[in-house]
Design a binder for this molecule. Structure first.
Ligand code: ZN
Ligand code: ZN
Length: 174
């Protein structure tokens, strides 16, 4: 199985990491996996940086094997190595203000409506499934590192500048 970096042939596929479209001609990363539903293999497509954060192992494999020039190779490698170093980091799916009732996966206390929370996903056999939330204040204990801001912001494309700034200072204060 050989993972690939290549230009997207059409604008129809979506990134598994962030759910947004992969633009035609844009570089995309393909993780080759055994097809969970049939014989043979299937390919999961990602924006390269989304894959570096959420699927660091195949990205590093592909960067090592690929002779092709990959733009931003150092950025991808740094993100993938950081994500690989702490086993829970690939679960980060962005930040949002709490809508319903949820209990923090780290401290088991409720996350009040309107408070910032970090969304988690778990990867299993080619699928990312929602896996609950944690308080911002619990992020350091949960992820075993405080260095998560860029990673969280990457998967929060809907947030405006003011909200990003709020998150930045909230994370820095914990
Ligand atoms: Zn993406
Ligand atoms: Zn908590």
């Amino acid at each position: 199985m050989t993972h690939v970096f290549e230009a997207a042939a059409s604008g129809r596929s979506k990134c598994r990491g962030c759910g947004r479209a992969l633009q035609r001609g844009e570089l995309r990363f393909g993780e080759r996996i055994p097809n969970p539903f049939a014989d043979g293999e299937t390919t999961l497509w990602f924006h390269p940086l989304c894959a570096a954060y959420k699927r660091p192992e195949p990205v590093l494999e592909a960067l090592t094997d690929s002779a092709a020039a990959v733009p931003d190779r150092e950025v991808l490698e740094r993100a993938a190595r950081a994500s690989l170093a702490q086993r829970r980091l690939p679960r980060i799916d962005g930040a949002e203000r709490a809508k319903g009732q949820a209990t923090c996966r780290q401290c088991r206390e409720p996350i009040p409506r309107g408070a910032w929370r970090i969304r988690l996903v778990i990867y299993e056999e080619g699928q990312f499934s929602p896996s609950g939330f944690i308080h911002l204040a619990c992020a350091k204990d949960y992820f075993e590192t405080a260095d998560i801001l860029e990673h969280v912001l990457h998967f929060s494309p809907a947030l405006g500048d003011a909200e990003r700034e709020e998150l930045r200072s909230a994370l820095a204060s914990h």
